[in-house]
Design a protein around this ligand. Structure first.
Ligand SMILES: *Cc1c(COP(=O)(O)O)cnc(C)c1O
Length: 454
């Protein structure tokens, strides 16, 4: 390869050290196993931090229930169902001419209240935590009081003095914008060029200020951070380096543990758990992986999925350079239809942790996302956005990679395995847009080439 990464080495020096980079740079789908995996000890976050985050959510439940009526049934707890998807499992086996040993489930974060995506976990959590900190500092509330008061005009008036800023490819902006405006904050969302028009409109409707950039996420976040720093009383939610986002996501693992138990699903040495998580900056998959590894230790196997055009976390982990590298350093364009995954540079906070915990990463071509989304709709009548379908390919790829299974002595246990594809978004997508995604998948399938077409 000719060319320079801008990292003090040429591309050919990089590919000599890491031969898989060659396929990655040619945008071929790859499956990578993490050689640095250890365990959840010696990390900058602990299990107590997850428990603490969970209790914050509980304190805010009366407020959430009051403002978001869709959470009435769950008493103000923001959670999504875990569904068995046997028809999709069969369809995947037919489509890829491969077997999936064990049972396939979908974690339906596409149905999460408030933001309709996984960002309702991290994004909403960080804003609630900030709001609580301010309210306690100003002696408006104590942790023992009923947080329904956060919905009162008095609180709204108080939060009007404060600003929140965030940069986003779309979904993070939606979650931060919606919850911040509901609390009364002045909120500005810095949207990258790939953000969808309907997301900007929805945000303006909810009372957020939207700033549009003719550039990708890295530029939008750099500018957002800078503008926010000039404003008095302003707080910037930094997707590239946020502990609170990470902890907000991690709570999902505790909830999943309860759901598995109540559905009679075991996770132990004889019953391995495989989880496939769509990955952008790596915060949501990192936080959930951290939670799952804290709970299930070696019995949880977590894999991240990225688009072939934006494998930022994969490159960061493979080269060990983490947030120091961008996909552009390796000649990739960071263009994908997978909202939330069009991220060129990994989160520094999350990737440091994921390096120790994630089992591996794989990449997927955009076309495959549409096919998977259409298959899921046809078999299970579940609507997800393209990013959210990416995890569904995981069990197929794992099956094609016996070395992982052998290395962990899992071959005789795979028939008892639980596979969870984490579906990360979809319910706010307008019908018309969803229909176009579906039609695109249909067309791609009818010109069918099995497997990793491009
Ligand atoms: C943000 C997002 C992800 C990935 O989360 P990160 O924290 O950026 O890794 C996955 N899917 C969807 C739909 C998202 O919006």
């Amino acid at each position: 390869m000719i060319g320079n990464s801008g990292l003090g080495k040429t591309w050919s020096e990089w590919t000599q050290s890491f031969p898989l980079l060659e396929d990655i740079m040619e945008m071929k789908p790859v499956f990578w196993q993490n050689p640095s995996r250890t365990d959840a000890t010696g990390l900058p976050v602990s299990e107590d931090d997850i428990e603490e985050a969970k209790t914050l959510w509980r304190r805010f439940a009366p407020f959430i229930k009051e403002l978001f009526p869709e959470t009435k049934a769950s008493d103000g707890i923001v959670e999504s169902p875990l569904r068995s998807i046997p028809k999709m499992q069969q369809a995947l086996e037919r489509h890829y001419h491969a077997r999936i040993r064990g049972r396939l489930y979908l974690k339906c974060d596409n149905e999460l209240p408030i933001a309709g995506s996984i960002k309702a976990r991290g994004g909403v959590y960080e804003v609630l935590k900030y709001a609580e900190t301010l309210a306690i500092e100003q002696q408006l509330i104590t942790k023992e009081k009923n947080y329904e008061q956060f919905a009162s005009p008095k609180f709204k008036h108080f939060f009007k003095q404060y600003s929140i800023g965030v940069a986003s490819t779309g979904n993070l902006g939606l979650s931060i914008g919606i919850i911040s405006a509901a609390l009364g904050f002045n909120v500005t969302v810095h949207m990258s060029a790939d953000a969808k028009e309907w997301k900007k409109e929805l945000l303006r409707e909810k009372g957020a200020t939207v700033r549009e950039y003719n550039a990708d996420f890295s530029r939008a976040i750099a500018r957002g951070r800078e503008l926010s720093s000039y404003e008095p009383n302003s707080y910037f939610i930094d997707d590239e380096n946020s502990r609170d986002l990470f902890l907000g996501y991690s709570v999902a693992a505790l909830r999943l543990k309860d759901q598995l138990e109540s559905q009679g699903i075991y996770v132990d040495a004889d019953n391995p758990l495989f989880v496939y998580l769509p990955c952008g900056v790596g915060g949501s998959p990192g936080g959930i992986t951290f939670g799952l590894k804290s709970i299930f230790g070696p019995h949880a196997h977590c894999f991240f999925v990225e688009p072939t055009h934006s494998p930022s976390v994969l490159i960061g982990l493979l080269t060990g350079q983490k947030e120091k590298v961008s996909v552009r350093d390796f000649g990739l364009d960071n263009l994908t239809e997978a909202d939330g995954l069009a991220v060129g540079r990994p989160s520094s906070f999350a990737t440091e942790i994921s390096e120790k915990l994630v089992s591996g990463n794989y990449t997927i071509h955009d076309n495959e996302l549409f096919k998977l989304l259409t298959l899921l709709m046809d078999t299970e009548e579940i609507k997800v956005e393209p990013s959210a379908a990416s995890g569904l390919q995981g069990p197929i790829l794992l099956n094609r990679c016996p070395s992982y299974i052998d290395k962990h002595h899992l071959s005789s246990k795979m028939h008892q395995a639980t596979h969870i594809a984490w579906s990360t978004g979809g319910s706010l997508v307008p019908d018309e847009e969803m229909r176009m995604f579906y039609e695109k998948g249909k067309t791609l399938m009818s010109g069918n080439r099995v497997g990793d077409s491009d």
